[in-house]
Design a protein around this ligand. Structure first.
Ligand code: SER
Length: 319
């Protein structure tokens, strides 16, 4: 990646970790963080930060000019559960942010654009096991519809205007630096805080709901990896399937009990169950592995032990 980088949505689940990773690699001053609100996390004091509402294209352009930005990671979005509560706004935010960024690239201001898609772009008619890259995609959630539409627009801008845009269909992402942010897969983040604080968790998904998941460190490596790959290795301009591990709430609870034997879980599925039921159980990401050399590192044991150790450090929780 050559040139200054702007991260939009830098205080979100992925944004915080990506800001840290890119600053460590490219220097604090080359990576400009932005979000709609001033974040409290002190990590944002280590480099430039700008307030940006991605719906405001003029303000976005002003920041691009001010810092001579050449690469944008457009991460601002409402996640699946939050989107269901406000479909019109979710559609506006998730799509306008992408268009504003793609248009700046089309007009020649940017070298590269990154935009995240999701397993939510699949739907209930998609084959659920080892879901292939090319398959039936009929998402039934507002968030999933916006992701599938966005993928198509990314490819369109690449084919018609030569925009160097890249994307990944993330599985559920599990990290310890940010709190859960309104996603269906976020039970698998929330559960650790409850396990450590109260020893009990009431899960909003059923015990046998299998979903594709990934440790945040792997997701960040994939994100930086696809953006650093030579352009001719990127054969898919919509979004690549990306896989780590798959598990159910019951499997996760069993693994947590290895560290906290008294941990208990019960189940009270809500509207998020139908979102989860419409998504795959596991993903075939062989295109990413072959095209630009992706491989994941975290298995479930390592994911759980890392989450517990890091949240304990952060919250100074005693169990
Ligand atoms: N993790 C997201 C969510 O649950 C899916 O991409 O909303």
């Amino acid at each position: 990646m050559q040139g200054n980088i702007l991260i939009i949505g830098a205080s979100g689940q992925i944004g915080i970790e990506l800001t840290l990773a890119l600053r460590a690699k490219y220097g604090n001053e080359s990576v400009i963080a932005s979000d709609i609100r001033q974040p409290e996390d002190p990590i944002f004091e280590e480099g430039p930060f700008e307030i940006l509402n991605v719906l405001d294209k003029d303000r976005l352009f002003e920041i691009v000019r001010k810092y001579d930005i050449k690469i944008i990671f457009q991460l601002a979005a409402l996640l699946s559960a939050t989107s269901e509560k406000n479909p019109a706004f979710a559609w506006e935010l998730n799509m306008s942010g992408l268009f504003h960024t793609l248009d700046l690239a089309k007009e020649g201001h940017l070298h590269q654009v990154y935009w995240p898609s999701s397993i939510a772009a699949f739907g209930p008619n998609t084959p659920a096991d080892s879901t292939p890259q090319y398959t039936i995609m009929e998402p039934t959630s507002v968030y999933g519809i916006s992701k599938l539409a966005g993928e198509r627009w990314c490819e369109y801008y690449h084919l018609k205007y030569g925009v160097d845009v890249r994307g990944l269909r993330y599985p559920g992402l599990i990290g310890y630096r940010s709190e859960p942010g309104g996603g269906t897969t976020d039970y698998a983040v929330d559960i650790f805080y409850h396990a450590l604080e109260t020893g009990h968790y009431t899960c909003f998904l059923q015990e046998n709901t299998m979903l594709p998941m990934m440790m945040m460190e792997d997701a960040i490596r994939a994100t930086v990896g696809i953006m650093e790959a030579a352009s001719d290795r990127i054969k898919i301009r919509g979004s690549y399937n990306l896989a780590g591990i798959s598990f159910t709430p019951a499997m996760l609870a069993t693994e947590i009990r290895k560290h906290i034997p008294s941990f208990t879980i019960d189940y009270a599925p809500d509207f998020r169950q139908s979102l989860a039921d419409s998504w795959p159980n596991s993903i075939d990401d062989s295109n990413a592995r072959v095209d630009w050399g992706w491989s994941h590192e975290y298995d479930m044991e390592r994911l759980v032990s890392t989450m517990i150790a890091e949240i304990k450090k952060k919250k100074i929780i005693k169990v």
